[in-house]
Design a protein around this ligand. Structure first.
Ligand SMILES: [Fe+2]
Length: 283
């Protein structure tokens, strides 16, 4: 099995696991340093992990629900920890979001928690920061030695009760947790577009020195609202933001997330890889 080894002298480039990534691995094996694979995928289709015979894997996760009110079960925590140990992932990237909620039956009575299967932006408030701090500490205690990175969620609307912008929320959480930042630049841009703030100004308010990994993917606009879209290429604004980030910090890893469509064109994927690598080398 191959394992990811951080290299302080350069940012390593990977793709989010999926048919386009596997096709690219066949066509251009030397262009990729790693694949990033979701814990949930490995839990349901363990054979997906066989690709680690060819390329290192980094573990991504959407099961901790670190900003939520429903913690994962002990079984889920144990499975994440076991998967991280087996992969020898350098870290676990988890969304700074809630992905599970209390289930309710038709009468409104509580039933087993249900996964929303979508990373939902939390209320941006001191109360929510306090919850994240507690949930993060619990997750660290359960997940063993593997570090956790927290990934900024895309914001589609202001959650009622919010008292601060996303940049302040992230800064406040990281001031109280030892997590690294998984900076999803597309989520960040979406948040700025949807909340009407200037991305360049907001970027300066993030704790960029804490960035360990960067995510890049596409964005779509629907009825005037920007949405996360891993089936289209990243817009130029995302690469402008990447240049600004590289002025401040050298991330250990950069993942292109083009994993929502098996029909994502290989030519565009490979061109984006080359563009990103050139940008990293020029920084
Ligand atoms: Fe992401």
């Amino acid at each position: 099995m191959k394992h990811f080894r951080p290299d302080p002298s350069r940012t390593q480039i990977g793709l989010a696991y999926g048919p386009p990534a596997l096709a690219c691995l066949d066509a251009l094996p030397d262009a990729l340093d790693y694949l990033e694979i979701p814990f949930e995928q490995l839990r349901h289709t363990p054979e997906a992990g066989d690709v680690q015979q060819r390329i290192p894997l980094i573990l991504h996760c959407a099961s901790v629900s670190v900003a939520g009110t429903v913690p994962p079960s002990a079984q889920t925590f144990d499975a994440i920890a076991a998967t991280a140990a087996r992969l020898r992932t350098p870290w676990i990237g988890e969304h700074l979001a809630y992905v599970s909620a209390e289930g309710l039956d038709d009468e409104g009575d509580a039933i087993a928690p249900s996964a929303l299967t979508y990373t939902v932006c939390p209320q941006l408030s001191e109360a929510s920061v306090a919850r994240v701090i507690d949930n993060y500490a619990a997750a660290r205690a359960r997940l063993g030695a593997t570090p956790l990175l927290l990934e900024n969620a895309p914001q589609y609307f202001e959650v009622p009760g919010s008292t601060m912008p996303m940049s302040a929320y992230i800064a406040e959480v990281l001031a109280h947790c030892d997590a690294g930042l998984l900076l999803d630049l597309t989520h960040f841009l979406i948040t700025c577009v949807n909340t009407g703030v200037d991305p360049g100004r907001e970027l300066k308010r993030l704790p960029l020195a804490r960035v360990v990994e960067v995510h890049i993917s596409g964005m779509s606009t629907q009825s005037g609202v920007a949405w996360d879209d891993h089936a289209v290429p990243a817009p130029p604004e995302v690469f402008d933001l990447l240049r600004r980030v590289l002025d401040e910090v050298r991330p250990q890893a950069l993942t292109l997330e083009y994993n929502w469509s098996g029909a994502f064109p290989q030519a565009i994927l490979q061109q984006q890889l080359l563009r990103t690598r050139a940008l990293l080398e020029a920084a």
